[in-house]
Design a protein around this ligand. Structure first.
Ligand code: SF4
Length: 66
């Protein structure tokens, strides 16, 4: 799995870091905009990452399944 985000579309909702806190962060010093902590998360994180992708209100998160 490869996780990428489009920094131009994030609206800093914070859904992703609540859903998959080991993979996404929304730090106050970044204005709450998303950063990816682990672009190649281990399998135990995959379902949380897919859920975060689904819940993102601005389709900012992209998951490649390879
Ligand atoms: S859920 Fe989407 S819009 Fe919200 S902080 Fe994460 S990437 Fe940004």
């Amino acid at each position: 799995m490869k996780v990428t985000v489009n920094p131009t579309t994030c609206i800093a909702s914070g859904n992703c870091s609540r859903t998959a806190p080991n993979v996404f962060a929304n730090r106050p010093q970044d204005g709450g905009f998303v950063s990816v902590l682990d672009e190649h998360p281990p399998e135990r994180e995959w379902s949380a990452v897919r859920e975060a992708e689904m819940l993102c209100p601005s389709a900012t998160i992209h998951v490649r399944e390879d």
